[in-house]
Design a protein around this ligand. Structure first.
Ligand code: NAD
Length: 296
């Protein structure tokens, strides 16, 4: 049976590791937060005292960490896990980080003879719990195939976007568009309300018209229009404003590096930043709707 090490058991990593256990993998886990490790231990994982101990003997290592600096410190820094990895280990980093950092980590690990794919996810905490994440992968095709059984236990779609770093680039392009769509959808719905229209009726009209988009279909930002979405739960749960800001920051860095024109992302970044500065950083990103509200 494939031995998997899982590092980073937060909102996403915790349920992802649980799904690996449910699929029958032997999983050894590590997180800086002891309670998160204990929770996985109760679900059947082996608990490691350190990241180095977790990766020892692992065929596949999965990491789900907050940002680039955490990923680099795990795989590139001298204090990281490189000296503890099994010689033919495959490393899957599912954190959302900048593409250049993913390429740097890939270059460092492959130079030492290890295999690496960047495999950021779309689908949020709900998708992580349900095992329905979409993995957007960069790396060698043979490594994507080797990762497939492990990824399939945590998600339902696996896309091979291209070489190392391409997974991160594709993920960030998608989230850049999502940020813009949520802002535009909120703006349109608020203008309809300000002109006396019912937001539910307006949403139904746009869903059958050319303004149709994912936010209207599955994630309406106006409270009361749709059940079981963050807007109808005081914007709790879902995907935090500050995580969207992080992704927009990565998108704007990528735009600068690739000399891409992204004025819509720049405006969206300002909007989410203002919204966060008003104390909404921990709310779901669809709460941007409130920024457009006439009655404050
Ligand atoms: P989180 O903050 O809940 O979890 C991160 C975990 O990493 C924490 O438990 C933390 O203790 C642990 N950690 C940090 N440094 C570590 C180290 N050196 N060794 C071991 N553990 C360490 O974050 P999250 O919401 O699970 O997100 C993880 C990644 O997934 C981020 O890159 C995020 O952008 C991305 N992502 C999140 C969502 C979402 O909806 N939350 C959706 C898609 C992608």
């Amino acid at each position: 049976m494939t031995q998997v090490a899982f590092i980073g058991l937060g909102n996403m990593g915790g349920p992802m590791a649980e799904n690996l256990l449910k699929a029958g993998f032997n999983v050894t886990v590590f997180d800086l937060v002891a309670e998160s490790v204990d929770k996985l231990k109760q679900a059947g994982a082996s608990a490691a005292e350190s990241a180095q101990a977790a990766v020892m003997g692992a065929d596949i290592v999965v990491s789900m960490l907050p940002a680039s600096k955490h990923v680099k410190s795990l795989y590139v820094d001298a204090s990281g896990v490189c000296d503890s990895l099994q010689s033919d280990a495959l490393i899957i980093d599912s954190s959302t980080i900048d593409a250049q950092s993913a390429k740097d980590v890939a270059a460092h690990l492959t130079a030492k003879g290890f295999n690496f794919i960047d495999a950021p996810v779309s689908g949020g905490v709900g998708g992580a719990k349900a095992g329905t994440l979409t993995f957007i992968v960069g790396g060698e095709a043979s490594d994507v195939e080797r990762a497939r059984p492990v990824l399939s236990a945590m998600g339902k779609n696996i896309f091979h976007a291209g070489a190392h770093g391409a997974g991160q680039t594709a993920k960030i392009c998608n989230n850049m568009l999502l940020a813009v769509l949520m802002a535009g959808t909120s703006e349109a719905l608020q203008m309809a309300i300000n002109n006396g229209l019912d937001p539910k009726v307006m949403s139904d009209i746009m869903l059958q018209s050319s303004g149709r988009n994912w936010c209207l279909e599955l994630y309406n930002p106006c409270p009361g229009v749709m059940d079981n979405v963050p807007s109808s739960n005081d914007y709790q749960g879902g995907f935090m404003v500050d995580l969207m800001r992080k992704d927009l920051g990565l998108a704007l860095d990528s735009a600068l590096n690739s000399q891409s024109n992204t004025p819509m992302a720049a405006v969206a970044n300002s909007l989410y930043s203002i919204h966060s500065a008003q104390g909404n950083g921990q709310k779901d990103f669809s709460s941007l709707f409130e920024l457009f509200s006439a009655k404050k």
